[in-house]
Design a protein around this ligand. Structure first.
Ligand code: F6P
Length: 317
């Protein structure tokens, strides 16, 4: 292996991953190029040489120094062929893709249809990569959301109000569930669970009769808009509600120690496996040790085990 390229999405811990890839590759005399703006750079031949010094001072930064994009063009066959030609013309003999579902499904195409030696590193705040316990960026996202929620709680408690807080998660309730449990919330609305607004309103009215005055309800963006939930609750209970949509603050921010360590471990392991000649895999941590699974297992949809944590949230309310 002489030269590898890195394609990234953005979330906290991705820069720590890039740093680990570059410095591990340096140890083995392997050159590294970064692909600018995700798969767009692969199609447009936009690469940047990375050396040990170019990744100095990035371990604590959120986002990705390589920039990224949602590249719909990649699903066009001609664009794929251009990307593959650029890989070959630049003498790249291994690709590391750091990202979530979208990045991985494109990676799978490159690995299976075009036989590009490829290792995936799971990095997504949604933590929805199948068979992977924890993806890079998820821990920071939960902590960022939790920090915001704790601040909202101060007002919710002082003014005895109902707050509906919307967190990210297009088709997955991971952040909502974690934040709901860690933040001591009364209710969590997620795509994985049915929503019965009448039951929620009944519980609020019942609670208010015995003196419970403040509520925090977390809703994952993929389940409903916080404003719609707030309107319905106000209408049905006659109580005042407020809405907070946390949005993209959850994908940014200073990576937690866990995300930096995960990025360091998985970046290092991905390079070592590519050097060993492994391909078409996704690296992850199991039982505290780096390991790998087939990429086609990682791209299957993940069934989040929501029931035990949801039950606990309701018991602790
Ligand atoms: O996949 C991660 C994620 O942050 C989702 O939680 C969210 O729905 C989506 O990306 C937002 O995408 P964009 O930044 O392109 O609007």
């Amino acid at each position: 292996l002489k030269k590898i390229a890195i394609v990234t999405r953005d979330c906290a811990g991705v820069n720590a991953t890039i740093r680990s890839i570059v410095r591990t590759a340096f140890k083995y005399n392997v050159d590294v190029v970064g692909v600018k703006r995700g798969y767009s750079g692969l199609i447009d031949n936009d690469f940047i040489k990375l050396d040990r010094r170019s990744v100095s001072g990035i371990i604590n930064q959120g986002g990705t120094i390589l920039k990224t994009s949602r590249c719909k063009r990649f699903y066009n066959e001609k664009a794929q062929q251009k990307a593959v030609a650029n890989i070959h013309n630049n003498q790249i003999d291994g690709l590391i893709v750091v990202g979530g579902n979208g990045s991985f499904s494109a990676a799978h195409i490159l690995a299976t249809k075009y036989n590009i030696p490829l290792v995936g590193i799971p990095a997504t705040i949604d933590n929805d990569i199948n068979s992977v316990d924890i993806s890079i960026g998820a821990d920071t996202a939960v902590n960022v959301a939790l920090d915001a929620l704790d601040k909202i709680r101060d007002t919710a408690t002082s003014l005895e109000r109902i707050f509906i807080v919307e967190v990210m998660g297009r088709s997955c309730g991971y952040i909502a569930l974690e934040v709901g449990l860690a933040g001591g919330c009364e209710e969590v609305l997620i795509p994985e669970l049915d929503l019965d607004i009448d039951i929620i309103c009944y519980e609020i009215i019942k609670g208010s009769k015995i003196g419970k005055a403040s509520w925090i309800i977390i809703v994952a963006e993929g389940k409903a808009h916080a404003s719609n939930i707030a309107n319905e609750i106000s209408k049905k209970t006659g109580l005042e509600t407020r809405v907070a949509v946390l949005g993209h603050i959850q994908r940014g921010g200073r990576p937690t120690a866990n995300d930096r360590i995960l990025g360091a471990q998985l970046g290092n392991y991905a390079v070592e496996l590519l050097i060993e000649g492994l391909k078409n895999i996704c690296v992850c941590i199991k039982n505290n040790k780096p390991t790998h699974i087939p990429l086609n297992e990682a791209i299957k949809s993940k069934q989040l085990d929501v029931y035990s944590k949801y039950k606990l949230i309701k018991i602790l309310t």
